[in-house]
Design a protein around this ligand. Structure first.
Ligand code: ZN
Length: 431
């Protein structure tokens, strides 16, 4: 069967599903989600801000807040040795596979109230919406301990623990000299138990709801969208070296100005990214030496960040830009050097789960065209192990990692309805 045929077949099956959601008070459940997010926003290391790093003391209050809702739903809860808050809703069939619903509970310094938290709280609301309706799969809700990489400069500690690759991080130290292992111990957990945090069992899928943190849904007037892939990225340190000299006495034709060369590359990167659908390229940092108003720049150290949903497109673009840099250097008698600092492959989301999520959106009368995530998410790690899908919720003003980050209540309600349909479509799929 070709992918197109497979899609038609699954869409036909989806169309036959009868979903009865009339008895749920969506507005009340939405209010409950927003109130819970507000309560969690009050759990902070820095009074007056929202700041929660890996296993900081206020994380206990977050776990308690989630735990009280989970208790109402009769979920089994625990905090694993990676600091992840976990709640399980068991299916009647013990041998059933598990749907993991997750996002993260930590934040950047002076953050907003919804990045990560919204996805975990919506997970509870989705289970509340299910009520006593049986599902042919277990659901495990995970509030990841760490995604932002603030405390140890390495992100995804929580999702790495879930997939069983966090042990290599135990000796990393924060700026106070405390290691990941010591932070786990200080919280009352046992780093020796980290292996038990790894999810063992059959995973039906991984579902993460997250705010978009960008301006696309708002520009398109859409409440929510499925994510088709998390973009791969490369980050490089670059330098162009010429010759510093007197700004008054050196004629223009006799200069080897590193900054004018770098400027050409900045514009070349912008032009290439504008001409290549889906490509983003950014020179976000530039250090000009010696950095005086009356001296021709002798050296420029700068960065390049290139991202695309397809690794081949990203790599081709990067190779073009590096060639262009060499050309500029030759034309201007400069020396060019580059160093690859970080490279992450793109993570495609699972097409089958994506089709179900799209069907859920369409059933709510919403357009379902997918977005590519330019930012990294836990789904990027988890998606390398298990079929994963994300639902993005509109970010008003495209704003995130900022105290003014917000969501529209109507969009949260859409996410709830779409998520509820998604869970039921997934249940029906197995029959
Ligand atoms: Zn996030």
């Amino acid at each position: 069967m070709t992918p197109a045929e497979r899609e038609r077949t699954s869409t036909a099956r989806i169309a036959t599903v009868q979903i009865k959601t009339g008895q749920i008070d969506w507005a009340a459940l939405t209010d409950r989600v927003l109130a819970c997010c507000a309560d969690i926003a009050a759990c902070t290391e820095v009074p007056g801000q929202i700041t929660r790093t890996f296993l900081c003391a206020p994380m206990r209050d977050v776990h308690a807040r989630l735990g009280s809702w989970a208790a109402e739903l009769n979920l089994e809860t625990q905090v694993d040795a990676g600091g992840n808050w976990r709640a399980v809703r068991r299916s009647a069939d013990a041998a059933a596979p598990t749907l993991i619903i997750a996002s993260h509970l930590d934040s950047v310094p002076n953050a907003g109230a919804y990045d990560g938290v919204l996805g975990v709280v919506l997970g509870l609301a989705l289970l509340e919406a299910q009520g006593a309706v049986p599902l042919p799969y277990h659901v495990e809700l995970v509030g990841f301990s760490e995604e932002e990489g603030v405390r140890f400069s390495v992100p995804f500690i929580g999702s790495r623990a879930l997939i069983g690759t966090a042990d290599v991080l135990l000796d990393l130290a924060d700026t106070q000299g405390q290691t990941v292992a010591q932070a786990i111990t200080a919280y009352g957990l046992d780093p020796a138990e980290l292996d038990a945090a790894r999810f063992v069992g059959e995973v039906l899928g991984y579902f993460e709801i997250h705010i978009e943190q960008g301006p696309v849904l708002e520009a398109e007037g859409r409440a929510a969208a499925p994510v088709s892939a998390i973009a791969g990225q490369a980050r490089l340190n670059l330098s162009l070296t010429g010759k510093a000299n007197h700004a008054g006495t050196t004629p223009m034709g006799l200069r080897r100005d590193a900054l004018t060369g770098a400027s050409e590359l900045v514009l070349a990167a912008e032009e290439l990214a504008r001409q290549t659908p889906g490509l983003v390229a950014t020179i976000g940092s530039m250090h000009v030496l010696p950095g005086a108003s009356n001296v021709i720049p002798g050296e420029v150290q700068f960065t390049l960040d290139v991202r695309h949903a397809e690794d081949a497109v990203r790599m081709e673009a990067l190779s073009k830009l590096l060639k262009r840099a060499e050309q500029i250097a030759t034309e201007r008698s400069l020396t060019f050097a580059s160093e690859l600092r970080m490279e992450e492959r793109a993570t495609p989301m699972d097409p089958g789960l994506g089709a179900l999520l799209a069907a859920a959106l369409e059933a709510e009368g919403r357009p379902a065209a997918p977005l590519v995530s330019g930012a990294g998410h836990d789904a990027m790690l988890v998606g390398q192990f298990w079929p994963a899908v994300m639902l993005f919720v509109r970010s008003p003003g495209g704003l995130s990692h900022h105290p003014d980050e917000t969501v529209l209540p109507g969009d949260v309600e859409v996410a709830l309805k779409v998520g509820t349909r998604f869970l039921r479509l997934l249940a029906d799929q197995g029959r």
